[in-house]
Design a binder for this molecule. Structure first.
Ligand code: G1P
Length: 308
């Protein structure tokens, strides 16, 4: 997979990945290492996100970074010293692994400066994105490559225009962790028309069980709206609030649809979910999966004793 895979005729070419967050949930690991660089098995979480964008033909990637995020730039840049060493040893497999992230996409960086929320991070992308639709991928969600989501969202945008948000149905006691939608079904299964959105509602105030997950396909009409969006929940400029305006408006580029995702998604933003994601993805790997599954069975199956 490489930047050369860009699909002709695709109307969406650019991906924006907000990566300025401090990752305090993972301290002390994130004291000197950005949370996006935490490995999921042997690959930094952020690489899964860029790979997902590239798989859908979005090979122009803009990362919104901030202080202490230099390792992200290093990861997607060449490491010539390392390459020379591996070449001298004839270690083609590792050489390919090292080069993979460099050749994946054209990655650009812009710093958020004063982090004022997800809406603000998207606004920082305005100049790079220009007057084109673009995707936003949040780094805390890894979507399984076997369950394409972005492709479906791009198709919905191409058919219906406006912006498209990814939803997942979540249990009532989790909705306060997400943006939540008021939405009506359309004639296509799992595609809904959004009429309202609220950021992290209390359980008793949530209008539905449809939670916004970290994938958005935005019309550039979002920028003027974001400029006018006042700080919302938590004192931050919320993308959810701007989408609510787009959902209710009927101007050019307005209108919001949702795709209800029923595939495999791994949350790496929370400690327990992160560990689960690592175990799940490791257990499916060709190199270590079989051994790991045996070990898990021996140690953690009901009735298994504490092993090694
Ligand atoms: C952000 C959005 C929220 C969305 C969530 C998905 O919140 O503000 O609407 O549901 O991402 O992961 P965060 O998790 O960054 O607080």
């Amino acid at each position: 997979m490489s930047a050369r895979d860009e699909r002709p005729g695709r109307t969406v070419r650019k991906a924006v990945i907000p990566a300025a967050g401090q990752g305090t949930r993972f301290l002390p690991a994130t004291k000197a290492v950005p949370k996006e660089m935490l490995p999921v098995v042997d690959t930094p979480a952020i690489q899964y996100i860029v790979e997902e964008a590239v798989r859908s033909g979005l090979s122009d990637v803009l990362m919104i970074t901030g202080r202490n995020k230099r390792p992200l730039e290093d990861h997607f840049d060449r490491n010539v010293e390392l390459e020379i060493g591996l070449e001298a040893k004839g270690d083609e497999a590792k050489l390919a692994r090292v080069r993979e992230s460099t050749e994946l996409a054209r990655v650009h960086y812009v710093r958020q400066g004063d982090p004022k929320g997800l809406g603000h991070a998207v606004l920082v992308a305005e100049q790079h994105v220009g007057d084109e639709p673009f995707a936003v991928l949040l780094g805390d969600d890894i979507v399984d490559p076997r369950d394409p989501l972005l492709d479906t969202m791009i198709e919905v945008r191409e058919r219906l225009g406006g912006s498209v948000v990814a939803f997942m149905e979540v249990p009532e006691d989790q909705i306060h962790l997400y943006g939540c939608a008021v939405a009506e079904p359309t004639d296509v299964e799992d595609v809904v028309k959004v009429s309202g959105l609220v950021e992290k509602p209390k359980r008793e105030e949530a209008p539905s069980n449809l939670a916004v997950i970290g994938r958005y396909l935005l019309d550039p009409a979002v920028f003027p709206v974001l400029h006018e969006t006042p700080p919302g929940k938590g004192g931050e400029i919320q993308l959810t609030d701007a989408l609510q305006v787009l959902a209710r408006g009927d101007g050019p580029g307005h209108g919001v649809h949702g795709v209800v995702f029923r595939g495999r998604r791994y949350d790496t933003g929370d400690k327990l979910d992160y560990v689960k994601a690592v175990v799940r993805l490791a257990s499916e790997r060709e190199d270590i999966g079989a051994e790991l599954r045996t070990w898990l069975g021996e140690n953690f199956a009901p009735g298994a004793g504490a092993g090694s």
